[in-house]
Design a protein around this ligand. Structure first.
Ligand code: GRF
Length: 194
């Protein structure tokens, strides 16, 4: 029976560069009987990070890819994706931008989570910019990844209220909770359509 569980799950890799709270929520989702993915591989450009420690503790295969040369690094990543039969990639705080070369060679879906309501505030310092502009709401977006930064089609968004008392740090903390909640929901939504 155990062998049947997970039979129809899609092999997934998560790319990280840090804390890995979204990795944890994707992992927890992957462990559910009804989840659509199996988390086979974690790719990171850094080794001494919380996300990698979490992956190792939970016996998820990890590969650390150092970037001396972008194409060489991506060739190595592509090799590991193929070796592990990965058919779906989730970027979760991965601080490297994937090149044209990567998109030409990886033909499956790639998604990302971004801490703003895209198309607002692409790039960095999203919370600071939302507060400075006196926005009433910010939030997070799960979106498909293409070659333009934070510009692929959105899959799911979650609004989070900004309070007068908020600092970028307090807002980031509340938005991160929303991120952790919607990332698995977005994966489920995408893969339910297939
Ligand atoms: C998140 O805020 C995500 O939106 C951004 O990077 C952060 C990663 O956090 N792309 P974590 O490593 O998943 O905790």
């Amino acid at each position: 029976m155990a062998r049947l569980i997970g039979k129809n799950k899609l092999n997934c890799a998560v790319f990280i560069s840090g804390r890995g709270s979204n990795l944890k929520s994707i992992y927890n989702y992957s462990k559910k009987k009804k989840s659509k993915i199996k988390l086979n591989l974690v790719i990171s450009n850094k080794s001494n990070i919380e996300g990698i420690r979490f992956a190792k503790k939970n016996r998820i295969r990890t590969k650390i890819i150092k970037y001396k040369n972008k194409i060489e690094a991506e060739k190595t990543i592509l090799f590991y994706l193929k070796e592990n039969n990965i058919k779906f990639v989730c970027l979760a705080g991965y601080m490297k931008i994937l090149s044209k070369y990567f998109f030409r060679h990886f033909k499956y879906k790639i998604i990302n989570i971004h801490p703003s309501l895209l198309p607002k505030y692409k790039g960095i310092n999203t919370h600071k910019r939302a507060i400075q502009n006196k926005d009433k709401y910010s939030g997070c977006t799960v979106h498909f990844v293409n070659q333009k930064l934070d510009s692929g089609k959105p899959v799911m968004k979650k609004k989070v209220k900004i309070f007068n008392s908020d600092t970028p740090k307090s807002l980031a903390k509340r938005i991160l909770k929303a991120e952790n909640r919607i990332y698995p929901m977005a994966i489920d939504k995408i893969l339910s359509k297939n």
